[in-house]
Design a protein around this ligand. Sequence first.
Ligand SMILES: *Cc1c(COP(=O)(O)O)cnc(C)c1O
Length: 402
Amino acid sequence: MDWRSLDEQYIISTYKRLPIAIAKGSGNYLYDTEGKSYLDLFTGLAVNVLGHSHPKIVQALHEQGEQFLHISNVFLNQPAIRLAQRLVEGTIAGKVFFSNSGAEATEAAIKLIHKWTKAQGAGREGIVVLRNSFHGRTLGAVRLTRQPNVYQDFPQPTFPVFELEAEDAAGLRSLCQEAKPAAVLMEPVLGSGGVIPLSEDFLREVEKICREEGMLFAMDEIQTGMGRTGKLFAYQHAGVTPDLILFAKGVGGGLPLGGLIAGTQLMDLFQPGDHGSTFAPSPLSAALGNVVMDELHNPSFDAQLQEVIQYLWNGLESLRERLPEQLQALRGKGMMVGIPLSVTPEETSRLQQNLLSEGILVDVTQKTIVRLLPPLTLTTKDVDFFLAVFSRQLKALSSEEE
Ligand SMILES: *Cc1c(COP(=O)(O)O)cnc(C)c1O
């Protein structure tokens, strides 16, 4: 079967595809239809936090599948209640709203911030976001996504959006002189914007300004959450306390699930009829989410995670010392790594292809930044394999240039 040409014939091409067809996943590896294996440092874009076919995930799939898959929000949903409790206990006092995806989490946040604004009656309106942010692709979410190639061709809902440079706390202060935004929404590490971590100082400063001005302080943890940076959520490194936390990607253990955690001043604003979803929260996604939570709370899982994060960054740093020409910078936090390359987009995509043919799957963002989003189950052996191949391919890239 020629899947590639059938794909081209029947599926609208909103993504560029890599030239392999996956037949199976197991642990930290994917296998294509020819049986070739790939170390998965992409994890379906930060989704498969426990790798593939994790035995506890598969067990939860069976158990929940034998009970029910879907029941509707008119019934109590035990897996979702349990997951919401654990999300709240791991973060801020508040309540959870569940969606199916990240973009829907952003949509819910926009509506909730708007309700808060109206309830306050303080004349505040609009949301401050960072340049190059990514908050999703639905019409409300894309308005908050400040990457021109993502938003420029589509209708713009009219609520005010203010664009701020990362690290520009003074800019936020002066913005607040001219306008009265209702909220600041930021990714603690800008993901598709180039894997750019915000400094802990900046996060604390923004929190302070939000408190002084009476603005909501909201974190988009859709990519950075669920242990990705070494803590449950990335804002926790900075010791700040958001009013609103968006989550998705890894939270459903590989199935669609997203949502937000609303702090005490927001948690009772939505009333029946204000917002909802037929599917969310899927009991099956929530059951898998509970398995992810079990693992993240398991001390030996966490110890291994911290050790591998350290090992990965030590390895990357020493590679950078050996190849200063090719590796001028390393960015990110924990299991979220951005490696900006000083080569053309074509060469970067060739490097990605070469890694693929050597059995390693990586992502590329912003055309020339290699992005690693490994499973949290990554091993030191996997790191050694990646670094050996990556170093060889980087050298090959620069010798081609000469
Ligand atoms: C992926 C992502 C989204 C959008 O999530 P979808 O599930 O693709 O709609 C929003 N914000 C951030 C930070 C993301 O990484």
